[in-house]
Design a protein around this ligand. Sequence first.
Ligand code: ATP
Length: 903
Amino acid sequence: MTSDLAEIAAVSARPWHSLDDTEVEDRLATHPGGLCREEVRARLARYGPNELMDDAGPSGLATLLDQVRSPLVVILVVAGVVTALLGEYADAVVIAVVVVLNTTVGFVQERQAERSVRALLLLVSPRARVVRDHADWEVESRELVPGDVVLLESGARVPADLRLTTTTALQVDESALTGESLPVVKGTAPLPVATGLADRTNLAYAGTTVTSGRGRGYVVGTGRQTELGTIAREVSEVQQTATPLQQRMERLARVIGVVVVGCALLAFALGMIGGRAASEMFLIAVALAVSAVPEGLPVAFTITLAAGVRRMARRRAIVRRLPSVETLGSTTVIGSDKTGTLTENVMTVRQVWTADGVTHLTGIWDGRTVDCAPVMGPNGHDRTEPRQLTLLTGILTNEAEVVQTADGIRTQGDPTEAALLIAASRLGLDPDEEREAYRMVAEVPFEPERQFSASVRQRDGTRLLLVKGAPERVLAMCDAMLTGHGPVRLDHDAVQLAAHDMASEGLRVLAMAHRVLPPTPVELDGLEEPSGLTLLGLQGMADPPREGARDAIAACRDAGMRVVMITGDHAATARAIGNELGIAEDDAAVATGVEVEAMDDAELHRRVGEVDVYARTAPEHKLRIVRAMQANGDVVAVTGDGVNDAPALKAADIGIAMGKRGTDAAKESADMVLADDNFVSIAAAVEEGRVTFDNIRKVVAFVLGTNAAEVLTIVIALALDWPLPLIAAQILWLNLVTDSLQVMALAFEPGEPDVMARSPRGRSAGILSRVMWERVGITSLVITVGTLFLFRWELDQTGSEGIAQTAALTTMVLFQMFQALNVRSPSRSLFRMHLFANPLLLVAIIASIAIHVIALYLPWTQYLLRVEPLDLAVWVRATLVASTVVAAAEVHKLLRRDGEFAS
Ligand code: ATP
C-alpha cells in the first residue's frame, strides 16, 4: 500500500514526457476508449474551458472612449462649454443632448457590429477530433478536458497540450511556440526527465500545426495550463483592421474637422472685425462647424459593413477580415479548387480496370445510400484475381470507415477512400473482415503532395506492401502488372491509355499496386518511395459537379470575372469537369503543375491570362499562379483547404478557406471561410460585396450632399448679410436626429439589378464615382437654393425670423427625405424602383417626419430648437420646394446614365 502511494507520488511528480502510456493513463484516469460524457462534464467544470483568454473583445469602456475621442465630439464639447459660458443655455443643452445621443448611437452600433462579427467568427472556431465513449467525435476545441483522447491529422491545429501515444509520420510546425521554422518529427517513446521543451518529441503543444502525418494523444493541459498559455501569447487573434475605405473616410473626417475649425475661427474673426457681437459670431461659427462635420459617416460606415457581413453570412460566406468586403467587389479572377468546391466530393467508383478487362458499376452514391448488390464483371470472385486484389488494396490502404446505420450508409473520412470501400463491398469483399485478416504493420497515409498512400500488412506469415495513388505516380513504382495468368511485364502505354480514357470521362483515377515483402523488419524510409511493385488495376470514380456551380460560374463571367480551376487531379479529369461546368471550352488551355514549374516568371505571367485549368498542381504552384495573376494587375480570390495552401491564401487578395473540409491552418490564413465549401457561395459573396460597396456609396452620397447643402446655406446667408436661416441647434437636429434614421436604412438597400452585370470596380476607384460627385454637387446646390428661397420668402411675408427659420428647417427635413430616395439608385429613375423594396427606408422617412412634426408642437423642443408651429400652406410650399431635388436628380440620371457608376 505504502509503496503504491509512493509510486503514484513519484509518477505525479514526473513530467509528462518521461512517463509511458500506462503511467499517463493512470495519472489522467483515462484510457484509449476515451472519457465518458459525465466525466467530460465534470472535468470541464473543474478545469474550465480550453481557452487562452476570455474572448469578450474590446471592453465597453474602450469602445466608448473611441466614440468620445472623435473630432466631432471634441468640437461639439468645446462649442457646448463656450455656449454655456455665454449664457446661451438652450443651445448648450441641445449640444449636450446631441453629444450624448450621438455617442450612445455610435456606441450601441459599434458594439452590435462587433458582437455580430464575433458571433460569425465563432461559426468557424477551431474544432478537434476526439475519442469519447469509444467513438470518434468532432467537438469544439474549447470543450476539451485533460484526459481526452485527441486525433491529429495534417493541417490540424493542435488544440491542447498532448502526450502522444500513436504517431504515423507525424510532423508538427512549432514555430508559433519556439520560433523554429522547420517541422519537428514526433514520436511516442518516453524521454529523460531533463529533456528541454523543444526536444520533447512525444508532446504536441497547443497552438502548433500538424504539417503532415497522423497522431493520437492524451490531453495533458488545457487553456492557460498549456505551454502556450504560460507564455500567454495570443495566436489567432480576431482581425479588427479598418478597411482601406474606412481609413480613407476617417482621414477625410479628420481633415474636414480641421478645416471646419479653421473656417469657423476665420468667420468669427471677420465678424468681430465687422463689428458683430462676440456671442452672436460664436454661435454662427458653431453653426458653421456643426453643419460641415459629416457626423453620420463613421456610424453609417460601421452599420453598412456590418449589414453586408451579415448578408454574406446568410449566404454561407463568413468574412474574417472586414477589408475583404470591399476587395470582393474588385475581384477579377477566382481560382477555385475542384474537388468539393466545384464538385460534390461525393465519389462513386464507376469502373474497375485490370489487365483482363473492365467492370462497370452502375448507380450513384448519394452520400447515404447506394445499390449495394454485388455487380458481376467479367471475372469471378477468386481473390487472387487482379480485380479482387485491386479492390483489396483499396481497402487496406484506406483510413475511411463505412458504417451501416438505420437510415442508410454513413461514411467517415476521405470520400475518395470511402468510395473504394463501397465499391469493394459491392463486388463481394467485406472491408471489416479484410482489415482484420490483414494486420497492419506500418502505413503511409495519403497526403496531397505525395499523391499516394501505402501500407504494410501481414497475413499468415506473408507481408504485403500495398500502394494506391495517382496512376502516373504508382506506375513509376511498378515494373510488372498482374493478369489472370500471373504477373507479366508492365505495359506502360496500355495502362496509361486506360487511365486516360477514364479521366476523359471526368473520372478520378487511382491505381493499385503491391509487392510481397521479405519477413524482415520494415524500414519506414523505404515506404516513402516504394519500387519494384506489381500493378494490380485501376479504379475510376465519378464526382458530380455541384448543383448551381455551372450557373454561378456563368454569373461570375457576366460580372466580368474569370474563373479558373486549380486542382490536384489529373489533367484529363480536370478538363472534362471544366468543360461540363463551362469553365473551359473543348480545346481549353490546360497547364499542369510540372509545366508551371518549367515556366520562368515572364512566361507564367503571359500564360496565366489564357489557362483555364491547372491540373496536378501542388500548393507551391498555386502560390506562383496567384502571384503571376497579381503581377498582371488582377485582383485574385483563391480557395484552399490544405495546410500547404496557407501561403497562397495569404498572398491572394481574397483567400477563401473551406469551412467543412478546410484545415485549421487554411482557415486561419483566409480572409473568408465558406460554411458549405461551395463555389456558389463565392459568387454570392462577390455579389454581396458589390451590394455593400454600392450601399456605402449611397450613404456617403447622401451624407455629403445634405451636409454640403447646410454649409452652403449658412455661408451664402452670411455673404448676403441675411439673418441665419438655421441656428446651430437646428443643424444638429437635422444631422443627428432626422437624417440618421435614413442613413441606417440606406445600409439595407437591396442590390441593384445590374450588380452582377457590370465589370469589377477598379482597385483604386474612389468612394464616389465622377457622376456621383456631380450629382452630389448639383443636388446640394438645389437644396441650398431651395432652402434660402423659402427662408427669404417666409421672412418677407411674415417678418418673423422664428417662422422663417422653422420653415427653412422643415424644408431641409423634406429635402433630406427626397434626397434619401434619390440616392437609392445611382442610375435608375426613382420612379422605376419598387417603393417597398426597402421597407426600412419608408419607415425611417415616416419616422423622421413624425419626429420633426412632434418637435414643432412640443413646448420644450420648441424652446430648445427655437421652432414654431407652421401653417398648412407653409408645409405645402416646403414640400413643393423640396421636391425639386427629385426633378434635378432625375434629369441628371437621364443625362448621365449608367456605365460610369462602376468607375
Ligand atoms: P483540389 O481539391 O485541389 O481540386 P483534389 O482534392 O482533387 O484537388 P488531391 O486531393 O490533391 O486533389 O489529389 C491529387 C491526386 O492524388 C488525385 O488525383 C488522386 O489521383 C490522388 N489521390 C487523391 N486522394 C487519394 C487517396 N485518398 N489515396 C491515394 N491517392 C489519392
